[in-house]
Design a protein around this ligand. Structure first.
Ligand code: UD1
Ligand code: CA
Length: 468
């Protein structure tokens, strides 16, 4: 059904005082994005002419978080949801078509549900179509009162009598309205209620009284319409969102060894035949390619993991991990790490702003920072790239087919040429030519008979300086 959405209005002027936070409620995150970002994504999918976000409390912070075509409209004082929508409409010229209203604190609402609401609204040529939900505990919500003609009105919890309080169908603060009748009804709202506010919910009764078509659509999934008022609800919805994301990936061919302990942000991309093991968090714009295994106990943020690579018990941020590369266990890949095809960053290895070429290995207990390592090279156990002189960072370059001995210090800036070797324990402070062996350590000296002279057995006479 072709239907034009003239505007989506997101209600986000409230304080959210029950979060007990310095951060405005709609800027709290779940699934790696703020509540507001989730709502805006669903709103954008309707392709509205105007996307208006009503802001009030912490308006600078909320406005700064707007994306896409969203525009802030300031509601100076929070005089109710009806007032908020009125302020939004007054900020744009005359509208034709459908106006959708969504609360800023219902992040699980999907674009599909919104589109279904708009389609039902259009099909019924309704003035008001409200999304409702049947809930186990309706406490706090507006109750949807129906009569034999359909929806009669919405009564707020604080204004409801005992019989009305028993109704389990509630308003969700999600609506589709016809623009002109909405504008007319908003003009007729009165604050004659328990909270002394202009209620958007009263538009329902006003349209009914005016003989216009009012429709209530019961949400197929009541969880989608759940709002967040405090941190308990935030955590509950984060879990629901997590379940939704994990299920989507499972259906697309991703194996989760323990779905209950995997946390995957909404923006993460996983190819089929990826395996996500226990206790693994994938954040931001992480991309994991076919056949890769991530986890257990790993946290990846904004990383790309190549085909058939493995990441075991590691923490990686803004790292590119090549196909068939191996990371971990207990490895820390920091921003700017690029591991080539089949490369290895093994146990207790930290890498930062460094390229490790195809087939090269940093197998054990190393720090590699601000460095370029060519192909097929091996960095001996315990080797440290000394990239920082206390004031500036310098780069280290290691060529192809290099063998850096164990426990080296590569003191930057320094270059080790192709095919070169360095002796174990070396402190490499000057460049090593291609094909050379660098030995940069004190030569060993053995002092014969030292122990017998300096460490006599108990009972034997000790020298004057024999005591430690
Ligand atoms: C509202 C509905 C109620 C519904 C419930 C669903 C009204 C009068 N009541 O109640 O029927 O069951 O949502 O969650 O609409 N806001 C503004 N400006 C204001 C007041 C509110 O922008 O002046 C925003 C809030 O930031 C929030 C949304 O509107 O995002 C809803 O306001 P809230 O005070 O939470 O309304 P409820 O009491 O939950
Ligand atoms: Ca609310």
């Amino acid at each position: 059904m072709p239907s034009r959405v003239a505007a989506v209005i997101v209600l986000a002027a409230g304080e959210g005082s029950r979060m007990k936070s310095a951060t405005p409620k709609v800027l709290h995150s779940l699934g790696g994005q703020t509540m507001l970002a989730h709502v805006l994504a669903s709103a954008e999918a309707l392709d509205p002419e105007h996307l208006l976000v009503v802001v009030g409390h912490a308006r600078e912070q909320v406005t700064a978080a707007l994306t896409g075509r969203a525009r802030a409209v300031v509601q100076e004082s929070q005089d109710g949801t009806g007032h908020a929508v009125r302020v939004a409409l007054e900020s744009v010229g005359p509208l034709e078509g459908t106006v959708v209203v969504v609360p800023g604190d219902a992040p699980l609402l999907t674009a599909r549900t919104l589109q279904n609401l708009v389609d039902a609204h259009t099909a019924a040529t309704a003035a008001t179509t409200l999304l409702t939900a049947r809930v186990e505990d309706p406490t706090g919500y507006g109750r949807v009162v129906r009569d034999r003609h359909g929806v009669e009105k919405v009564v707020e919890d604080k204004d409801a009598d005992a019989a009305t309080l028993l109704i389990d169908e509630v308003a969700t603060s999600v609506y589709a309205f016809a623009a002109e009748p909405l504008r007319a009804a908003l003009g007729g709202l009165k604050p004659d209620n328990a909270q002394g506010e202009l209620y958007l919910t009263d538009v329902v009764a006003l349209h009914r009284e005016a003989g216009l078509v009012v429709v209530a659509e019961v949400a197929a999934d009541a969880d989608e319409t759940r709002g967040i008022n405090d941190r308990v609800q935030l955590a509950e919805l984060a879990r629901l969102l997590r379940d939704r994301i994990v299920t989507r990936h499972q259906r697309a061919g991703v194996a989760f060894l323990d779905p209950q302990t995997a946390w995957v942000d909404a923006g993460v991309v996983l190819e089929p035949d990826v395996t996500i093991a226990q206790n693994t968090q994938l954040h931001g714009l992480t991309l994991v390619r076919r056949g890769a295994v991530v986890g257990p106990d790993s946290t990846l943020t904004d990383c790309e993991v190549g085909e058939d690579a493995t990441v075991l018990r590691s923490v990686c941020t803004s790292a590119l991990i090549g196909a068939r590369a191996a990371v971990g266990p207990f490895t820390f890949l920091r921003p700017g790490t690029v591991l080539g095809v089949g490369a290895k960053a093994g146990a207790y290895v930290e890498v930062k702003n460094a390229q490790v070429g195809d087939g090269s290995k940093v197998p054990h207990l190393s720090y590699v920072g601000d460095a370029t390592i060519g192909a097929r090279s091996n960095i001996g156990a315990g080797t440290i790239v000394v990239n920082y002189d206390g004031r500036d960072k310098h780069r280290t370059s290691v060529g192809d087919d290099v063998r850096v001995g164990s426990n080296n210090s590569l003191v930057a800036p320094v270059t080790v040429g192709d095919g070169a070797y360095t002796a174990a324990g070396s402190a490499i402070t000057s460049d090593v030519p291609a094909g050379a062996l660098a030995v940069a350590r004190q030569k060993q000296r053995n002092i014969e008979g030292w122990v017998a002279r300096k460490r006599p057995a108990p009972g034997e006479k000790q020298g004057s300086h024999g005591q430690p």
